[in-house]
Design a protein around this ligand. Sequence first.
Ligand code: PHE
Length: 334
Amino acid sequence: MDKNEIEKIRVEIKSFHAKTYEDLEFFRIKFLGKKKGILTFLFKKLKKIPDKKRKNIGKILNELKKNVQDKIQIFHKKNFIKGEKHYKYKFDPTIPGKSIEIGSLHPISIVKNRILDILKMIGFSYVEGPEIENDWHNFTALNIPIDHPSRDMQDTFFLYKNPDILLRTHTSSVQIRYMKKHNPPFRVLSIGKVYRNETISSRSNFMFHQAEGFYIDKKVSFLDLKKIIQYLINSLFGEKAKIRFRPSYFPFTEPSAEVDIYCDDYNAGWLEIMGCGMIDPQVLKNVNIDSEIYSGFAFGMGIERLAHLIYKINDIRTYFENDICFLKQFKNDF
Ligand code: PHE
């Protein structure tokens, strides 16, 4: 490492003038590059130099290194201030940007969250139950007799027979699970997937989502049920939404009703959107709630059906085909 060599390096560093960012990179690598940088190499050599000389040469090398770093820093400072003027790739605001795909909530999740928000406002709390159920929670405790058609192999997916383990056919099983463990009064909402062995078409699928609300207290009446359903529907569809209660039958409610909503689109007229009713005293007995003191109601609805009406969709299959173009048009903007 002679003086001339070092002097040459010093001159080269001093006289260097980067015009572009590439020039600068070239310069940095030439002197400080990890593998072949001139100064890097000299620093390595330094270790083999006798003690006496090493200190002095080390100082010189450190100075040169600092000169290179200063040049780099100055270049950056100057060019950032001048709006990257000297960079080869100038900033061109006309080039279309790289778009970042932002995911969106699934329409079923949007409607689910909305129902939850609406009912939370009036004191409902949220619970979940298992999708794999036994016969007792899904049928027997709900007063659904052995020969009821919904137990038929046609409708239910059985995982085991005797004892019967199945995919729940409705969220009413959550009522039973909850009532078994808690003492009234309570207002509870549960939302989840339910399964039925149905042919897949635009109107039906082997799986769909249900929301189930139930409310038990002293002196709960059918009027309370009507009021809460009216509030829910108006919150979802606006103040003008028209609904009607039609007498119906469910084994676990008495009296029972179905709720229809009036729909102007495609001359659809009245569309059924939920089942409801006063919880049958026998069901309360099954979960050890005194039906002389307490009464309550329950209501259950299909989320897909509601989403159909809200978003004007007419094919249930579209929700589960994972077509991004379809799914990304739903905004969480109720
Ligand atoms: N479980 C019923 C069904 O799936 C709906 C329902 C829920 C009816 C609660 C009345 C009360 O069809």
